[in-house]
Design a binder for this molecule. Structure first.
Ligand code: ZN
Length: 140
């Protein structure tokens, strides 16, 4: 899964807390729940940048940096929830490069994968619902 849905949902959960530690716990927990939804993970180092999968993968990850930047200005628990939800993916990088780690991001019961198109649709639905929800929370 790209970082964008994790950032949006982590920020949303952070908006329900008034504490940094609760925002961290909620952000991390939301990452595990979202990775249970079938998604696409682009193989790093095999970038065929003209493919739909690579375009959506890199586009979504780049947008998530902007969303994180925006949430930083909105409020600290929101930003911390979003950031800690995103940082769980470091486990994947550590595992890939060292072989050590929880191996949570290997495909298994708790980490489900699907095709790029289905993954894109699932992630887009999560992001749209999450953004509307967050907008309503922040403005209503
Ligand atoms: Zn993940």
């Amino acid at each position: 899964m790209t970082i964008l849905p994790h950032v949006v949902v982590g920020g949303l959960i952070g908006s329900y807390t008034n504490s940094v530690s609760l925002a961290i716990a909620g952000g991390v927990a939301s990452h595990l729940v979202l990775d249970f939804i079938p998604h696409y993970d682009h193989p790093i180092g095999k970038d065929h940048l003209r493919s739909f999968a690579a375009f959506y993968w890199w586009g979504s990850n780049i947008i998530s940096v902007g969303v994180l930047w925006f949430l930083y200005g909105v409020g600290i628990p929101i930003f911390v929830g979003a950031l800690s939800a995103a940082l769980v993916d470091i486990e994947n990088l550590v595992c890939m490069f060292t072989g050590y780690g929880l191996k949570f991001h290997r495909t298994g019961f708790w980490h489900r994968k699907t095709t790029p198109l289905r993954g894109f649709m699932h992630e887009t639905a999560i992001v749209l619902v999450g953004l509307v929800w967050l907008y309503l929370r922040l403005t209503g």
